[in-house]
Design a protein around this ligand. Structure first.
Ligand code: PLV
Length: 381
């Protein structure tokens, strides 16, 4: 059981020697445990049929390098400092979300008869992926801004998908209603201590891969509701890297953290007008705001335009041959649009004593068709 939890926890990052055992335990044991606890009754018939029809996918990659934290030559050249990439886009559900959501779901499994997750997309994808592995029913609620491609990807993970409201906040209200009326376990996309704990593993992995003599000079990341930010702060604290600042990126129109930092209090946005829909929470979680206020770790909140985020997505595709969504483009734009250099020139970012660590958060809400749609929309804006 411990091995199962460990495997779910790190998802793909267990030692290669444990791979075979972990894979076996996860796929067999998790389904068994869930079915035993619920007498098989709670597992929806449709879901089980869908699960049965799926070929058994690769749960744990035998190739640890997939999750590499390596030097990026092109970006290092651009910014004149060493840049390391943490490729969270390679995670099984397409983003870092599997870390925190996977951890939360496994913790809730003993009491849950099923799960409901409200999501801008990627948290839902992580929940659908993990619960499928557990053989547990899952309902994912997404807003109408979610592209058809993404809804289909969620269905392919055998989840029940509901499209409710215009933005994530509307979908979340429906998820909370289902928690009350149907007794499903609530999986929020970002606001939960266990999610932050799961996300914090990204820093511990970086520490392990950099070795004892290297420490990042700064961490660059995206912020939606602030779950990833909280996880990174906790990871830096766990690693004893309290002096490593975080550059927290958002897009104009999905900038709930930046608006709150500027106002000195938590602000709720009127609407989400950015195309980076997966950053689209109207209100940042309280903990993320508190971390920004506390200065325990220096957090620099910055905003880029959608055009800059899209340009970053395209440049990253050209230079690194990796396609990520706009939510991740916000992070990359800090490099490609000169935000990092500007912060240094303004003296807001101290000279870096180590490599700049870029969290490539990924996202499944993109393909070449979606990319052209975004290009057209943003050209005319
Ligand atoms: N996306 C959340 C929240 O949406 C979701 O439901 O999927 N990068 C990517 C690719 C993401 O999908 C998200 C969050 C973030 C970054 C930001 O993470 P957060 O919400 O923990 O700050 C409304």
């Amino acid at each position: 059981m411990t091995q199962w939890l460990h495997a779910l926890n790190l998802d793909g990052n267990v030692a290669p020697s444990n791979m075979a055992a972990a894979k076996h335990i996860v796929t067999r044991h998790a389904k068994l445990v869930f079915a035993q606890r619920h007498g098989g009754q709670a597992v929806q018939k449709g879901r089980m049929q869908c699960l049965a029809s799926q070929p058994s996918p690769v749960w744990l990659s035998p190739n640890k390098q997939q999750y590499f934290c390596g030097r990026c030559a092109a970006m290092s050249k651009r910014v004149g400092i060493t840049v390391y990439l943490k490729m969270e886009n390679s995670q099984p559900s397409g983003s870092f979300k599997i870390r925190g959501i996977g951890y939360l779901c496994q913790q809730l499994a003993s009491q849950a008869k099923g799960f409901v997750c409200s999501s801008g997309g990627n948290a839902g994808m992580a929940a659908a992926y993990v619960t499928r592995k557990m053989g547990a029913p899952a309902t994912i609620i997404v807003p109408s801004s979610t592209p058809h491609l993404f809804v289909q990807r969620l269905k392919d993970q055998c989840a029940t998908v509901k499209i409710i409201g215009k933005v994530w906040d509307d979908a979340n209200a429906e998820a909370l209603r289902l928690v009350k009326t149907e007794g499903l376990a609530y999986v929020p996309p970002f606001d939960h201590p266990l999610i932050w704990k799961g996300h914090s593993s990204v820093i511990l992995e970086v520490a392990a891969s950099l070795g004892p003599n290297v420490k990042p000079g700064a961490v660059l990341t995206s912020v939606g509701g602030g779950g990833l930010l909280c996880g990174l702060v906790e990871g830096l604290k766990d690693a004893g890297w309290m002096d490593v600042p975080i550059i927290a990126m958002e897009t104009v129109g999905a900038d709930c953290l930046n608006a709150s930092v500027k106002a000195g209090r938590i602000v709720t946005l009127d609407d989400i007008t950015s195309e980076a829909k997966c950053l689209g929470a109207k209100t940042v979680c309280t903990k993320a705001f508190e971390y920004c206020q506390s200065n325990e770790i220096k957090i620099i909140s910055e905003v880029v335009t959608d055009q800059q985020a899209l340009h970053a997505v395209e440049t990253f595709l050209d230079e690194e041959r990796v396609l990520v969504e706009m939510a991740c483009g916000a992070t990359l734009a800090a490099i490609y649009s000169g935000v990092v250099q500007r912060l240094q020139e303004e003296g807001r970012l101290p000279p870096l004593m180590g490599p700049l660590l870029v969290i490539v958060c990924g996202g499944s809400n993109i393909d070449t068709e979606q990319l052209s749609i975004l290009k057209q929309r943003l050209q005319t804006k």
